[in-house]
Design a protein. Structure first.
Length: 153
């Protein structure tokens, strides 16, 4: 084999490695593009349901924080209207996925509404107790919904 100078060997190495480097870059670009295509598209649904449940939790908290004394029924009625509004948003965002839990919250909210109406129409210690019981059931049904949605969020 003929003896070559250092600069000749270096030049040959550069020419030999150039196609390898180019092939490597092409392979990396292909792999990166393939990975980008394999990623699922961003979904707004989980974020939407999470946000809707957070809003519902805040409005239910407003209901549960009302002190059950004289004049509280008007506050409860107002807060319950917000619960109904937020519950409608949760229902829209969740589609059928959490139907059982949403139905339970709807029933509990309706029970709060009925007990508030009864306490307004015929105020009594028992009517106020019934409101308190209905409010507790609303909180429990919301916790069940929140637990179900938690894995999505």
């Amino acid at each position: 084999m003929p003896k070559r100078s250092g600069s000749t060997v270096a030049a040959m190495m550069k020419r030999a490695t150039a196609p390898i480097v180019a092939a490597g870059l092409l392979l990396m670009a292909t792999i990166t593009a393939g990975c980008a295509q394999d990623e699922p598209p961003a979904q707004d649904e989980p974020a939407a349901i999470c946000s809707a449940v957070d809003s519902l939790k805040a409005s239910v908290e407003d209901v549960t924080n009302v002190d059950l004394d004289q004049g509280a029924m008007a506050d409860l009625r107002d807060n319950l209207n917000q619960v109904q509004s937020d519950l409608g948003k949760v229902k829209d965002d969740a589609k059928d996925e959490y139907a059982t839990e949403i139905d339970a919250v709807e029933q509990a909210a309706a029970s709060v509404g009925s007990s508030v109406e009864a306490a307004t129409t015929s105020p009594s210690a028992q009517a106020i107790t019934d409101v308190g019981t209905a409010v507790q059931a609303l909180g429990a049904s919301l916790r069940a919904l929140d637990d179900a949605v938690e894995s999505t969020c």
